[in-house]
Design a protein around this ligand. Sequence first.
Ligand code: COA
Length: 157
Amino acid sequence: METKVVRLKINFKTLEEFKKFKEYGLQELSMLEDLEANIVDNNSDSPFYGIYFGDKLIARMSLYQIDAKFDRYFYPPQNYLELWKLEVLPDYQGKGYGRQLVEFAKSFKLPIKTNPRMQSRDFWEKMGFTPVEYDMERDRGENPLVWYPEGVEAQEK
Ligand code: COA
């Protein structure tokens, strides 16, 4: 079956699907609370993108654009994407869905930063992500990986 990446809507169905993912946490809980308290509208855009197989959400990631004035990773400083919570449900791993999400993120042609989970290093390497030179103050124990579109480099320290 051909799959496509879609922007996920904030609604009770999406939040129910999120419970199947390991990285279910504060971000999801606060979205649920905001929905219940009518702070966000039903079906408004979430920061998540995902892939449906039939009507089942099988993979997702969160993508957030950071403004150039806060950029401490790329040169020249510019808007970049923070990618996190990339996760493919166990039965669907190793079938190209992780790659499909990462390629979608790259299609915005902005630099991307992510903080990978321990066991997924090889995956990120295959996707063309590289470690940045560690900066204690900036990175604070994270080991960020970055992807540079054409014409972009690492920021000098
Ligand atoms: N280690 C090494 N290589 C990996 C990998 C891993 N954990 N996961 C995927 N790859 C490789 C694939 O073999 C594939 O290579 P190929 O193009 O040469 O065939 C490429 O990366 C793309 O794989 P894809 O099928 O798109 O990966 P995926 O859909 O399974 O997504 C993760 C990758 C890591 C996002 C997904 O597996 C996931 O959410 N895993 C759960 C958490 C985790 O980190 N698990 C790690 C294993 S314990």
